[in-house]
Design a protein around this ligand. Sequence first.
Ligand code: UD1
Length: 423
Amino acid sequence: MDSITIVGGAPLRGVIPISGAKNSGLKLMAAALLSDQPLTLDRMPRLADTRFMAALLESLGVGVDWPEGSGTIRLHAAEIASTIAPYDLVRKMRATFNVLGPLLARIGHATVSLPGGCAIGARPVDLHLKAFEAMGADIVIEGGYVKAAALRGLKGASIVFPFVSVGATEHAMLAAVLAQGDTVLDNCAREPEIADLANCLNAMGAKIEGAGTSEIRITGVTSLHEARHRVVADRIEAGTYAIAAAAAGGEVRLEGAVGQHLGALLQAMRAAGVETAVDPEGVWVRRTSERFKPVDIDTQPFPGFPTDLQAQFMALMTVANGTSIIRENIFENRFMHAPELSRLGADIAVRGNEAVVRGVDKLVGAPVMATDLRASVSLVIAGLAAEGETTIGRVYHLDRGFERLEEKLQACGADVRRVRTGG
Ligand code: UD1
């Protein structure tokens, strides 16, 4: 199993190109199932998760053309060979569950294993299933599988989500584009990845309005056509490098990052005393002062502070000049990085969904273990800020979500190496 070794203390200086968003790319790939015509996606990040989704689509009969080293993937679901997504392929990554809606909408039935994914809480899919039921699907859960059928097609419906869910909003949208009649989704998530998915579906011929607001209106169409779409920039990757530059010191330009998608983070960074600037080509971050101020954060659905940057921000706050309070409101078990950060000398007390982080003068490198995708990158950030050497084990979590992480950091002067240990 690979590990990553970091010798901390070097400031980050340079330009970091931001990849396409993993969380968007995965749903865009699922959208290819909706049409018998090809879908070409540019700036698709080459990650364990996107490769995995490509393998699942192939198993369903989708032609996948993704040349080695290329960011352009061409998916062609001319015919669907199977409507079954088995446990082995779905358990590793929650987003694979998103094939259910498109299969149901196009073929009228599907059997998809209940999902797995990061160990950050229960993460049920009840809202997804209720949305399909509202569109007329019969749903049975049997032996760990969801069996869904709408043999005479899905019907447009009026759906009010009881709380905001990114996955349920996207999944309902994916199914409703081919439903008969109009669908209105209310209390939708407003994440930029949702507008990205709607833009791609509209390019394929769907009729979606309001994506990015809390009410999305969809007029069903009978078929979708060929399209080409560029995946939105990954705001979580951009935010992660912004925080890394603040923690390690230095100055980085995040090429391609969209400032408007990072509002809550940039506001928190400025409150801490980090300089930031936004222009149409990207985001610029600089930390000059020795110590920065503590800032409290509360994770919220977009446009609030993203839960996917909470671990990284906590890593930054471990060396702030004072005490900060970090509240996690989206997932119930998302502080697994706290004990690992403590191994580097951080002072963090977790009480329920609240972490009290008392800034220390410095962190000192140590061996640590990645626990989930975003938690593992918080350890990279802490390692960059720490004195001495930090070794992070179980980096397969990192490979799920960060494209060419070591390369991008090395290009900015960081001393980061991957140690391959086989297996
Ligand atoms: C997506 C992102 C993830 C991010 C999260 C919140 C992908 C692949 N993943 O996850 O990185 O952290 O949004 O921004 O895009 N819930 C239910 N029932 C449901 C659905 C959700 O109870 O049917 C709960 C979840 O357990 C969680 C909350 O709702 O507590 C929000 O989850 P949701 O927004 O759906 O997150 P995901 O789409 O799973």
